[in-house]
Design a protein. Structure first.
Lengths: 121, 118, 239
């Protein structure tokens, strides 16, 4: 059963699709990260305070939309690379690595969207 | 039965670029849920969030923030290098981009450090 | 420059160890000269491979001070550390004895990547007309000088981490054929080189391109295969 399951996770089409989804999300993230780094360097001046942060983010559609896209791109991008590391460095088989990675992706998605909700709404 | 390579076979720029990209990605991946949990504290209201933020004033925390900025910068620029290698017209291992990645990481680290102390 | 070299050579089969030899140091000496001296004058039981001695056949590839090289084209002066040399068989391949490795899996993977040309014309048909400066032909030409020496395969960590990985040489060969407009096996080939046994396992570590004695860059070909297989997957041609 695990051989067949590995065949499913390792199939040519699956791997090709994972490859381009990771590259597409990477391109989105490159832009998001550039903006985020700029915002962080600006925001951290004079120390962090809840009033300052929430003053910028609360009720802001721009912030909400931007960081939602950011979270979605992370949820796609992180598990694909993480699964590889699990297989090659942590000794997990194809199926177990895929499950662990998908779990991480779900955590990132749920907690990320929750955080966006928390600071925007 | 099979011999494996050691660091001597790996001692070239493209391999180091791979290692930095993978390790920075791994650390960032593990950090993200923590980051989202921290921001999620805002759900408990501004006062609770403010209370939580005061924990982040500790110097060790600030050093961690700085480290993450550097890791993120390196991972991003290393990633752009890979996108160029995979999608751009072929022009070798793009070792100039390895230099650009390190340079950008240093610059971002400096900018963040300056912002931290201002 | 000292008068002798202190050379450690891997001896053994399944298990083994490095054995030390002292070899007279000469000007313009290659690592193959050193190995040959040991076998002819010091220890006739040493097993190793070579053929042309002039950098054409790729038979003499070994691990020298941790790096895969052609020993006939590696001057001692370039790699010696003080007066010490360490010579071992290529990594990632089963060791038959001492410095000779079993290359079967290397060539089996070549076949596994559909690394053979398949055409549809015969001697009775007209010649194929291929413009040498066309993009595909230029890409193919960049990779066709491969002589199957195994240095790239021995240098790749993904080959170490994933025993089924086809490896840089096989994938490079597949890339040259993917760019051969006369070839008719494109669809099976893309299927063969996709997935974790193929191009998608490559992490662009670049050791293959860094070490290839013919300055071929399998990294380029593998990146190209990633693009081709992605396009095929989107078009439903990868099933």
């Amino acid at each position: 059963m695990s051989a067949r399951m590995s065949a499913v996770t390792n199939s040519a089409v699956t791997q090709a699709k994972l490859w381009y989804w990771q590259r597409i999300s990477a391109m989105v993230l490159a832009l998001c990260v550039l903006v985020h780094l700029g915002v962080m360097i600006y925001a951290v001046r004079g120390g962090l305070s809840a009033a300052e942060i929430l003053g910028r983010t609360r009720g802001s559609i721009t912030f909400g939309a931007f960081y939602t896209v950011f979270v979605l791109a992370c949820a796609v991008h992180v598990p694909i690379g993480f699964a590889r590391i699990c297989e090659e460095w942590f000794g997990l088989t194809g199926l177990r690595a895929a499950i662990v990675a998908k779990l991480l992706g779900l955590i990132i998605l749920v907690m990320g969207l929750r955080a966006v909700y928390g600071v925007v709404l | 039965m099979k011999r494996v390579n050691d660091f001597r076979a790996r001692n070239h720029p493209s391999w180091w670029a791979f290692l930095v990209h993978r390790v920075s990605g791994l650390l960032l991946a593990l950090f993200l849920p923590v980051h989202f949990w921290a921001l999620g504290q805002a759900l408990h209201g501004e006062a609770a969030f403010e209370g939580f933020l005061r924990y982040t004033d500790a110097p060790l925390f600030k050093f961690g923030e700085w480290g993450l900025v550097v890791l993120l910068s390196l991972h991003m620029m290393g990633g752009v290098r890979l996108l160029l290698i995979e999608f751009g017209p072929w022009s070798g291992q793009r070792k100039n981009w390895i230099a650009a990645a390190v340079g950008f990481g240093i610059a971002a680290g400096l900018a963040f450090a300056l912002a931290l102390v201002s | 420059m000292s008068a002798t070299l202190k050379v450690k050579v891997w001896r053994g089969k399944q298990s083994g160890e490095f054995v030390g030899y002292e070899v007279p140091r000469l000007g313009s000496q290659t690592v193959l000269d050193v190995v040959t001296h040991i076998q002819r004058h010091l220890d006739p039981s040493l097993s190793y491979r070579f053929a042309c001695r002039v950098g054409m056949c790729g038979s003499c590839a070994m691990t020298v001070n941790g790096v895969a090289r052609w020993t006939c084209r590696t001057h001692v002066a370039k790699v010696v550390q003080g007066d010490a040399l360490e010579i071992a068989p290529l990594s990632n391949l089963p060791v038959i004895k001492d410095l000779a490795t079993d290359m079967r899996e290397f060539f089996d993977k070549w076949a596994g990547a559909k690394g053979q040309f398949k055409g549809k014309t015969t001697r009775h048909d007209e010649f194929a007309q291929v413009k040498p400066e066309s993009r595909e032909r230029a890409a193919a030409n960049a990779g066709i000088e491969c002589i199957g020496c195994g240095v790239c395969y021995a240098s790749c960590d993904v080959v170490t981490w994933r025993p089924d990985f086809l490896g840089p040489a096989a994938l490079n060969r597949a890339w040259t054929l993917a760019n051969d407009v006369r070839d008719t096996a494109q669809r099976e080939r893309l299927k063969a080189v996709a997935g974790d046994v193929g191009c998608h396992a490559c992490h662009t570590q670049g050791s293959c391109s860094e070490r290839c004695p013919k300055e071929i860059e399998p990294t380029a070909g593998i990146a190209g295969l990633k693009r081709l297989t992605a396009r095929a997957a989107v078009r439903g041609e990868l099933e």
